[in-house]
Design a binder for this molecule. Sequence first.
Ligand SMILES: *[C@@H]1O[C@H](CO)[C@@H](O)[C@H](O)[C@H]1NC(C)=O
Ligand SMILES: *[C@@H]1O[C@H](CO)[C@@H](O)[C@H](O)[C@H]1NC(C)=O
Length: 638
Amino acid sequence: MPRQLVLFGRPLPRLSSRHLSLLLVSISLFAIFSLLFTLPSSIPSSPSLHQIATDHKLPSLPLPSIPDSLKNPWNKVNPFKQPAHAPPRQKNDTYGQSSWYANWKWLSYPFSSSVTLDESRSLLPELAQRPPVYVYYDNTIEREKATKEVESDILLSWRRAWWAMGFKPIILSPAEAMNNPLYEELQHMSDGLHASLKTDIMRWLAWENMGGGILAHYLLFPMGAYDDPLLGYLRRGEFPGLTRWEGLGDGLFVGGKKEVEKAIKAVLGSAKEGLREAKGFLDAVPVSKKEKEEEKEGPFIVDDTEPSALAFYSASALKGYPKVAETIGGDRVAGLKALNDLINAHLHQTWQNLFSEGIAVVKPLPQHTTHMIAPSYSVALRLASCPANNPLPSSCPPNRPKCTPCSTATHPLKISTPAHYKNSSALYTIGTVPHPYTIQSLSAMRSQITVPWIRRESIRDAWVGDLMVDLFKNKPVPSSARVLRFKEAVAGEYGSARSLWLTAERDVPEGILDWHFGFDLPQLLPATAGQEEKHDDATEKIESEIHKPKDSSILPPLHDEKEGPVPTEQDLKLEPNLLSLAKTIVGSADEEEAKKKKVHVTAEEVKIREAVEAWNLADWEAWRFARAFLVEGKSMMS
Ligand SMILES: *[C@@H]1O[C@H](CO)[C@@H](O)[C@H](O)[C@H]1NC(C)=O
Ligand SMILES: *[C@@H]1O[C@H](CO)[C@@H](O)[C@H](O)[C@H]1NC(C)=O
C-alpha cells in the first residue's frame, strides 16, 4: 500500500499514478506557458510576443483586423500580465482621428496596443502640466481700432512665446480684478490715486483672484533655451515666497496666493500720503526707513541673478533701440508695430543662435524620399531665413547683448538632410514620419504592392530602422527598441525641445508651427514682387537652384552619396505620383476625412494597407505615435 502523503500535518488525498502524471503534466505546461508569456512583457525593451513571432518570419501573416487582445488569449489568464481592462478614457484624449492614453509608463512599452488594447489608441507621455503665466490687459479702456489691433498683435506674440516654452499663457482683465473682495477697498480710496497706480493694483487684484502663480508684463518674453534653469524653475510652479527679480523691475513676479494678498493689503493699508505720489505697485509697497537699506525685507524676496532667458522690453530697455523708441513717441501705433516686429525677429534670431549646428531634415531611405521630405525641408528653409520686416536687423535682444544677428549672407544656418537621427543638443531635427504603406510603396517604386511582395521582398520596419541606426552603433537590435528611442526623441523632454515630427501624408499644420516655435515663421515665397527685393543674394540663390514640386514646397537638393544611394532622375519622377496615391490610401483609414474629400479606394487596396501595417508594426507604431503627439499639443491649445 502506498504511503499516505502528509503536508503541514494534514493527510493529502491519495493520488493514483494516473492522477499524479496528469498533475505533473499540468504543472509543467503551466510553467512553460507562464515563462513564455510573461517573459517578453516583463522585460520592457524586449519585443512583444507578436513581434518575436513575426520577426522570425513565421509562415502566417497575422490577421490585421483582429485586436491584439483577442489574438493573444493568454492575456486573460496570465496573472502577471499587464492590464485586464483597457485603461480608462482620459479627459480630452481624442482629436480628429487620433486618440491616446497618456501615462508615465509610456517609455516601458514599445507597442501602445499592449497597454491600450486598442490598435488606434497611442500610448503617450503624460503631458507636463503647463503652469499658467498671467498678463493683465485692461480691455475696458476706449481705444482706436488700430491701437486695439496692434496691442492684440503684441499679446498674441506674448502668448505664443510663452506657450512654446511650456507655459499656459492667460490674459487677465478688470473682470477678474473686480471679483476680488479687496476691490471694494480700492474703490473707496481710488480718488487720490495716480491712474497708473490704480491700474497696477487692479493687475495685482486680478492675479490674486487667480490664486497667484506667475505674473508677467506683456513686454516680458521668454527668450532662451527651453531647458534654461530659470524657465525650468518657473515651469515647476512651486514658489517659496513672493519673488521679484532685481533686473526686471515690475516685469515678473512669482508667488502664492497668500503672499500676494498680503502685499496687496500692505499697499492698500499704507499711509495715503505715500500712495498719492506712487505711480506703480512697487513704489507703493511700504518700506519702513530702517528696512530701506536692506532690500530683502518687505513683502518681496529679491532675486539678483541676471535672468538670461527673459527679455524685458521695458521703457528703459527701449532706449537701446532708439529707432523704435522714437517711433513710439511719435506715432504710437506704428511704433508698437515696429516693436512687435523687433521682438518677433529677436525670438527667431535667439532660436537660430541656440541651434548653431543647424537643422537636420532627416531623410531615412534617402533613395526614395526626396519628395516626401520636401514640406519639412521648406519648414527648415523658413526657419533658416531672416524675418523680412525686422526694423533693426543688426540689433540684439536686451538679455543677449552678444548675439549673432540673423544674416543668410554671413552666418547662414546650415540645413542638412542626413539619413539618420543624431542626438545633439545644438542640432534641430525635423522629421517626416511616413505611414508604412507610404514608405513601402515608395521603396517598391511601384503603385501596386502585393501581399507576396510584402512578405518576401519588403524590408520590415525599414523607416524606423534606418532612422535610428546611429543610436545603436549599427548593432542589430529589435525594432521595438528602435521605436522606444524614436518615441524618446519625439516626446521626451530633451528630444521634444529639439525636434518637430510631422506626418508625411498630411499638409504641414501651419496653425501649429508658430506656437511650436514661439514666433512667426517667415514665408518663403512672397506673393508680391515688391517684397522680393528685400531678399539678399543667398536666398535668391537657394530659390533659383531648385524647382518647385506641385504642392508649393521646395525640393531639397540631393544628398551626399555617403548618406545612401542617390535616386536616378527617373526614380525621382516617379515619387510624386506614388506619394499622392499613398496619401489617398492612407487617408482612407481616416473615415471622416475620406468622406470629406470623397476619396475612393478599393477593398483590395484597404486589404494591402492593413497587411502592410501588420507586417511593419514598429513603423506603424512610430507613425501613429508621431501623429497623436502632434495633435495632442494642438488639442490643448484650443
Ligand atoms: C475638453 O476640452 C474642452 C476645450 O478645451 C473643454 O471645454 C472641456 O471642458 C474639456 N473636457 C474635459 C472633460 O476636460
Ligand atoms: C539624447 O541625449 C540626451 C542627453 O544627452 C538624453 O537625455 C536623451 O534621452 C537622448 N535621446 C535619445 C532619443 O536617445
